[in-house]
Write a protein that binds this ligand. Structure first.
Ligand SMILES: Nc1ncnc2c1ncn2[C@@H]1O[C@H](COP(=O)(O)OP(=O)(O)OP(=O)(O)O)[C@@H](O)[C@H]1O
Length: 617
């Protein structure tokens, strides 16, 4: 079965086979592992190969039986992340293991061929969001032919825009099941092959990544194309806050008349001096006692360093199209990864990163005005990327802290305990009204529910789901050069209309993205978008435990309608305020504890860019 390719000289093998109507830039006869002898062709879009081995050019056959070949016959350059020469070796025609291949007569073409590999990925057949590594190996008897191919393909890869060259990487070694470091080791070769320089920091304590991000000079940070978190949502949140705290100059969220406000103005964001944002304020209340043991956001441990904005050497433009964030999932909760790549898979995430994918993400600014009912008014700014929740959500986080030793299972255990407790809380929420034209639902179309279910809400709407190249996120997306104030949709406070909801709530949640995860396959809000500039307020009013269980069951069901109950209020908004009537109030911000008796929040549209491309839903 060996073929002699003596007359295949790369110089004269240029063939006239058109590819997408274009004359090929390079074409050679080579041997391809698992396929056989091929004509390999390069054009400006990608590589393609045609088998020369069977009469029908269809590939390998054995004893007259054509063997199905699952190897595709082309790969786009935009999907190739590396090409490299490898050691001399055999090229096999079959993908059978060596012994089997020899047994069936598939001997290697030449045991000492020069070889190069093209590294790309294939979408999993069962789960298109899951990307699986794919390697195509080619061989030739001449080294210069292989070198020429490697150089030419590399020249094209270097022209691919947006691929990172330098990355700052934080690894949380204890994340999730304690696999942070191992998760990084699994994907590190992808970065090596893609020739991405990495500076890796393995954290030794909570708050370290925040400190590094906050204290790194802008000049140094600009030398990176982005920062990666190897960990869960909480760890990503820490890095995000470290980044924004000393750099993003934003006004406080707007608030309705009567909302406690320390500055003594009329509570409108536009009245604030942009430099007024206080990201690191000292905390002189009872939280201080928790500092050493608890992961409470806002504690000294977390916001370890107080960095005035003035310590920065040069300006860092936020949002930045170039500087991106990435997450290699390794946590107990990885909702941000699932919502932005569609999969909870370190390899898929690594591929999105090295291929330079890009998607914008809304970020919510949450300002705590009072930690407890008796605290003095002192604003503390925090940013969240996925979810802020109170009541049930805060209680689960508090409770789960007692069972850290259980690992990720602690959330199920704590969730069951909190559910059985069935506590509700008195609070008042005010939220900005959003014009119907800004909502992404189409009323009265294609969404039905039974009228017999009187405790179900009769509000019907069709849900437009956020996906790759989402029209809603891309429509009127904010200009990257816009200011903080113009990224909020309420320049004219006189036009803002506040609506209120007061009573006893089992939970109050604000979802910035859908928060899809294994326990809630459609997320908390199925039609939340990555960068439409809105968040979804979900208010669960006090109700019998059985109905609450029904709501939770709907959340856990693919295609469920968890918001379609009369005791559930769902408001799409850009800003809200919250005031508790109780003494103790615990929030959950991106999975971390945050004590807040009174807070206000607003969304900044597309504030950061992620190495991701959105899910294929
Ligand atoms: N080396 C470390 N040791 C202990 N805690 C750390 C360390 N590095 C980071 N952390 C803290 O751990 C928190 C949780 O991290 P992460 O989200 O990766 O893990 P997780 O297993 O998903 O945890 P959780 O469910 O508590 O969010 C982060 O907020 C971060 O402050």
């Amino acid at each position: 079965m060996d073929r002699n390719s003596d007359d295949d000289d790369a110089g004269n093998a240029l063939q006239n086979a058109p590819f997408n109507g274009e004359a090929p830039l390079l074409s050679s006869n080579l041997f391809m592992d698992q396929v056989g002898e091929v004509v390999l062709t390069l054009n400006s879009d990608g590589l393609s190969w045609n088998s020369l081995d069977s009469p029908e050019n269809g590939g390998a056959s054995c004893l007259g039986i054509k063997l199905e070949n699952e190897v595709p016959n082309e790969v786009k350059l935009s999907d190739v992340y590396a090409v490299e020469l490898i050691t001399k070796g055999a090229i096999y025609k079959s993908k059978l293991p060596k012994a089997g291949a020899v047994l069936l007569g598939f001997e290697p073409y030449d045991s000492e061929m020069y070889r190069f590999t093209v590294h790309s990925f294939q979408k999993s057949k069962t789960q298109p969001n899951l990307w699986v590594l794919a390697v195509y190996t080619f061989g030739h008897k001449d080294l210069p032919t292989c070198e020429m191919w490697v150089n030419r393909v590399n020249a094209f890869l270097n022209m691919e825009v947006g691929r990172p060259k330098n990355l700052l990487i934080f690894i949380h070694p204890m994340s999730g099941k304690g696999n942070g470091r191992r998760t990084w080791e699994t994907v590190a070769p992808i970065f090596v092959r893609a020739k991405v320089n990495t500076k890796v920091i393995v954290t030794q304590r909570a708050g370290q990544a925040f400190d590094v991000m906050a204290s790194t000079k802008n000049k140094e940070l600009s030398s990176y194309d982005g920062v990666l978190a190897v960990g869960g949502d909480g760890f990503f949140n820490e890095i995000l806050n470290g980044f924004l705290s000393s750099r993003y100059k934003a006004p406080y969220p707007p608030a309705p008349a009567g909302f406690v406000h320390p500055v003594g103005n009329d509570h409108c964001s536009s009245d604030h001096d942009l430099n007024e944002t206080v990201t690191e304020t000292s905390q002189h209340d009872e939280d201080q006692s928790h500092q050493d043991q608890s992961p409470l956001l806002g504690s000294e441990q977390y916001h370890g360093s107080r960095l005035p904005n003035s310590n920065q050497d040069t300006d860092f433009r936020i949002p930045s199209e170039r500087f991106r964030f990435g997450i290699i999932p390794a946590g107990s909760t990885d909702a941000i990864v699932i919502c932005t790549t569609g999969a909870r898979d370190p390899v898929t995430s690594a591929l999105h990163i090295v291929l330079g994918k890009r998607v914008c993400l809304d970020i919510a600014q949450v300002v705590r005005w009072k930690a407890t009912a008796t605290s003095k008014v002192e604003p503390l700014v925090h940013y969240t990327a996925s979810f802020s929740g109170y009541g049930f959500y805060g209680d689960v986080i508090s409770e789960s802290e007692k069972y850290r030793w259980m690992g990720p299972k602690r959330y199920d255990y704590a969730g069951t305990k909190v559910f059985l407790r069935h506590r509700s809380y008195e609070a008042e929420i005010a939220y900005l009204e959003v014009d119907a034209e800004h909502t992404n639902s189409v009323s009265n179309k294609g969404y039905s529910c039974s009228r017999a279910q009187t405790f179900r809400n009769s509000n019907k709407c069709e849900r437009v789901i956020c996906r790759r190249n989402c029209n809603i996120c891309n429509t009127n997306s904010v200009d990257m050069s816009s200011t903080a104030t113009s990224r909020t949709p309420y320049f004219r406070p006189e036009e803002a209309r506040w609506l209120r909801s007061k009573g006893r709530f089992l939970s109050v949640g604000a979802a910035i993205i859908s928060n899809r995860n294994e326990r809630a396959p459609d997320g908390l809000v199925v039609d939340a978008h990555l960068s439409d500039g809105f968040m979804h307020l979900i208010l669960i009013k006090d109700c019998p435990r059985a109905l609450y269980l029904w709501h939770l069951t709907e959340l856990a069901r693919k295609g469920g309608n968890p918001l379609n109950f009369e005791f559930v209020e769902h408001h799409k908004t850009t800003a809200f305020t919250f005031t508790s009537s109780g003494k103790e109030s615990v929030w959950n911000l991106d999975g971390e504890l945050f004590k807040a008796h009174q807070l206000s929040a607003q969304v900044f549209r597309g504030l950061i860019t992620l190495f991701a491309s959105g899910p294929e839903v």
